[in-house]
Each structure stands twice: as structure tokens, then as C-alpha cells.
Design a protein around this ligand. Structure first.
Ligand code: G3P
Ligand code: MG
Length: 233
């Protein structure tokens, strides 16, 4: 089961900052997940719609200028990084899972992934691009059909993992609150991998491993990578 550092090693450093990314790399995480939003023509690595919880700024991120966003403190004096800065910190040393938050991200992520493959040593199979916004994910898939897609869901649909299959996704990325063995089996029967967020307790991780889940997003990669029962790869 793959251990994916959620928003970097975000249980140990401010989420989605370069500090959290570097710590996840140092811990040996095989994959790192980040959230990406667009503002003022740039792609920013940030989870919330609003700036208030994670920075000393205010308001909706997508409505701010680059000059304002660059000056904010996202924790421990760390700035909100641009997607390119995160890519440059990783340089193909592990997989990067890029979650598209909302619209106007697909084109920019397609361009930067291409550029990072030329300039930073990434391989196309080291990306996994995911989103709850399935139309935006489909737009990305049309731009870069060789990159794996993760269809995010935060519920338990009547049609189980049908939406992920319809998107031609590589994985179904599901909330821990809604996963059960039948959903895992349904996804596997359709040829999909199953990745579960956000798993910070070992007892949950072990249960998911027993069900055959392929990967977990965790804020505590340190704990999960140490556990010998999880069969990491
Ligand atoms: O990509 C998995 C997980 O990050 C999705 O939810 O809200 O943490 O971005 P969220
Ligand atoms: Mg996310």
C-alpha cells in the first residue's frame, strides 16, 4: 500500500508549504499530494478557498493579486508556494499528486507538468492529477492523456465507482468516512486503483490494507512509513 504525504508532511509542518514538502522527501515518502488553485494567472499550492485559516491574510485566494499572495505567511514564516516551486523542490525524487481545486487549473498544470518533465527530471508516470471537479479533471485528461487521473469522491455514490470509470481514471480517490470493502472490490473489478484520504490512525490504515486498498493519503507519513504491516511500495 503506497503512503502518500497529504499536503506534504502536514502533521509535522505547515500544510502545502515547501517545509512540509522537504520533510516528506526526507522521510522517504514515495508520493506527495498537494492542492492547486489559480489566482492572478499563477498556480498556488493551497487547500482552502479562503486564506484565513492557514495564513495571516484574508479573503478568497482566487481574487487576490500575486503581489498580495507572495507577501503572506503560510506558517513558520513560509510563503504560499507556487506549483513550480514545489516541482523544483522535488525534481522527480518521488511522485507528485496534484489535486486541482476548482476551475482554471487544467491548462496551467498541463503546461507545468510538460515543462517539469523537460527541465526537472520528472517522468510522466510520476504524476497523478486528481479533482473533485470531474469536468476540470476531464479537461486535464484531454490535454495530457498520458498522465494518470484520480477521480475524487467525498460520498458513497449509488453507482459506486462508475464515475471514475467513466472518466477513464487510473484511481478512485475516496474519503475514509465512505469506504468499505464492497466499494474497494467494485473499483478493482473495473480495473481502478483505490486511494483513501485522510488516514492518520494505524488501525484505519491496517484495515484498509486488509481490504486491498492501494494507497493512503496521510498527514503522518512518519508513522505510516515505520509500520511494517502496511506492505508499502
Ligand atoms: O487528494 C486527497 C485529499 O487531499 C482530498 O481532500 O480536502 O484534503 O484536499 P482535501
Ligand atoms: Mg487535497
Amino acid at each position: 500500500m503506497q503512503i502518500i504525504a497529504h499536503r506534504g508532511a502536514s502533521g509535522l509542518a505547515p500544510e502545502n508549504t515547501l517545509k512540509a514538502i522537504r520533510l516528506a522527501l526526507k522521510l522517504g515518502a514515495p508520493a506527495i499530494e498537494i492542492d492547486v488553485q489559480q489566482a492572478d494567472g499563477e498556480l498556488w499550492v493551497f487547500h482552502d478557498r479562503r486564506l484565513d485559516r492557514c495564513t495571516n491574510g484574508h479573503g478568497v485566494l482566487s481574487r487576490q493579486s500575486a503581489a498580495y499572495l507572495q507577501g503572506l505567511d503560510a506558517g513558520d514564516g513560509e510563503p504560499i508556494p507556487l506549483l513550480w516551486h514545489v516541482m523544483a523542490a522535488i525534481k522527480g525524487e518521488c511522485e507528485l499528486h496534484i489535486e486541482l481545486k476548482g476551475i482554471e487549473t487544467a491548462e496551467g498544470v498541463a503546461d507545468l507538468t510538460r515543462r517539469a518533465e523537460v527541465e526537472l527530471g520528472f517522468m510522466a508516470d510520476q504524476w497523478l492529477v486528481s479533482s473533485f471537479h470531474h469536468p476540470e479533471l476531464a479537461r486535464f485528461g484531454a490535454l495530457r492523456p498520458e498522465i494518470r487521473l484520480g477521480a475524487l469522491i467525498a460520498n458513497r455514490p449509488l453507482a459506486l465507482s462508475h464515475a471514475a470509470e467513466a472518466l477513464n481514471a487510473w484511481s478512485l480517490n475516496c474519503d475514509l468516512d465512505f469506504v468499505d470493502e464492497a466499494l474497494v472490490k467494485d473499483a478493482h473489478d473495473r480495473g481502478l486503483k483505490v486511494l483513501i484520504y485522510t488516514v492518520d490512525q494505524l488501525e484505519d490504515a491496517r484495515q484498509l490494507h486488509e481490504w486491498g486498498v492501494d494507497g493512503i493519503f496521510t498527514n503522518r507519513p512518519d508513522l505510516m512509513l515505520k509500520d511494517t504491516q502496511l506492505g508499502q511500495h
